[in-house]
Design a protein around this ligand. Structure first.
Ligand SMILES: Nc1ncnc2c1ncn2[C@@H]1O[C@H](COP(=O)(O)OP(=O)(O)O)[C@@H](O)[C@H]1O
Ligand SMILES: [Mg+2]
Length: 336
């Protein structure tokens, strides 16, 4: 059974001077035990989509439509109790900056134990502390028994991210949402954290929704990929397929410089132009203003929004350019 499925999610934030169209009809799903990478430039709606899963897109003013199912059941966002059961239980989340999630005035042991107690109502404090200790050991905090009563600021950035992971995993989630979990860390520490997540996934079978703008991370970690642009999914496919045959000109643009340099960790080569402003609505493909193929070959790029449609085996993309012509452009633009 599919673990998580997001169906036609739309999220809008009404502001005083207009509406932010953050997410515009996003659908994707994750199978148990797999890692789905969600990639795209800053502002493309990756985080808002992921936060919606746990009903964390705050404010009563936020306009949300669509549905999200977990283990086959639609999540009822009107049911606060059900949401609290879900958060930090079967579905956990970690962010880029652990300091924003860890409380500065409580020891790490206390915070992890609290997270355990929320979902184990009958457990004693002693048991919770013991579980926190085990969790700290499992994420590789050296001398966990000496460090359990330390405060967050007494740890390095990498160690704090390990502590966040310990807290997120204390209730054995079946889905971990990791929103740019290593973006703030240096490369060596980043690799260690990713290895840790992979190892935990092997041991527990949890699935991971990994949000990143780094294709190196995708290659290392992900089974499947969705590429987001302007609050939409513009391409989805197994990771190997995305690297071998990107179908959407946007994905192709993102991958171009990386493939050329054979260095997936290199900074993304900016695609000329800017992403669409989420407060403006316009007809047509949101990538059209930056796309070298827009309106060529009789395509309606400027006036009609292309739907995400099957464009190959297990491969979907939202582009009017026929695949055979895309193959032509791939050959033409080459990897050089
Ligand atoms: N609470 C909010 N109120 C208004 N606008 C928001 C809010 N949260 C996010 N946005 C806007 O929604 C768009 C998508 O944001 P986000 O999902 O965070 O992008 P990213 O892909 O970088 O994670 C951005 O333009 C962002 O500024
Ligand atoms: Mg984000």
């Amino acid at each position: 059974m599919t673990l998580l499925s997001i169906n036609d999610l739309t999220v809008r934030f009404p502001l005083e001077d207009g509406i932010v169209h953050a997410v515009n009809g996003v659908s994707y799903s994750i199978e148990p035990g797999t890692t789905l990478g969600c990639v795209g430039e800053s502002g493309s709606g990756k985080s808002v989509t992921a936060l919606s899963v746990l009903g964390l897109n705050g404010g009563s003013k936020t306009e949300i439509s669509g549905s999200i199912s977990f283990e086959g059941k639609p999540i009822d966002y009107a049911d606060g109790n059900a949401l609290r059961q879900l958060r930090g239980g079967p579905i956990s989340i970690i962010f880029q900056d652990p300091l924003s999630s860890l409380h500065p005035f409580y020891t790490v042991g206390k915070q992890i134990a609290e997270a355990y107690l929320v979902h184990h109502k009958g457990a004693s404090k002693k048991e919770a502390r013991q579980q926190a200790m085990v969790a700290l050991e499992e994420v590789g905090i050296p001398e966990a028994s000496q460090r359990i009563d330390d405060y967050p600021h007494q740890f390095s950035g990498g160690m704090r991210q390990r502590i966040m992971i310990a807290m997120a995993l204390i209730n054995k989630p079946r889905l971990l949402i990791a929103d740019e979990p290593t973006t703030a860390l240096d490369v060596t520490v980043q690799a260690q954290i990713l290895d840790l997540l992979k190892q935990i996934q092997r041991d527990t079978g949890m699935a991971i929704l990994l949000i990143t703008h780094d294709f190196g991370v995708v290659k290392e970690m992900c089974d499947d990929v969705v590429v987001m642009y302007g609050g939409r999914v513009v391409e989805s496919a197994p990771a190997a397929e995305i690297f071998a045959r990107p179908h959407h000109p946007y994905t192709r643009g993102l991958l171009d410089s990386l493939v050329a340099n054979e260095d997936l960790d290199a900074p993304l080569k900016p695609i000329p132009g800017a992403p669409p402003s989420p407060s403006e609505r316009f007809e047509g493909c949101s990538f059209a203003p930056r796309c070298q193929f827009a309106n060529s070959q009789g395509m309606a790029c400027g006036s009609v929004q292309p739907a995400l449609a099957e464009s190959g085996p297990q491969h979907h993309s939202a582009c009017f350019l026929p695949v055979k012509n895309r193959d032509g452009f791939l050959a033409k633009s080459g990897a050089a």
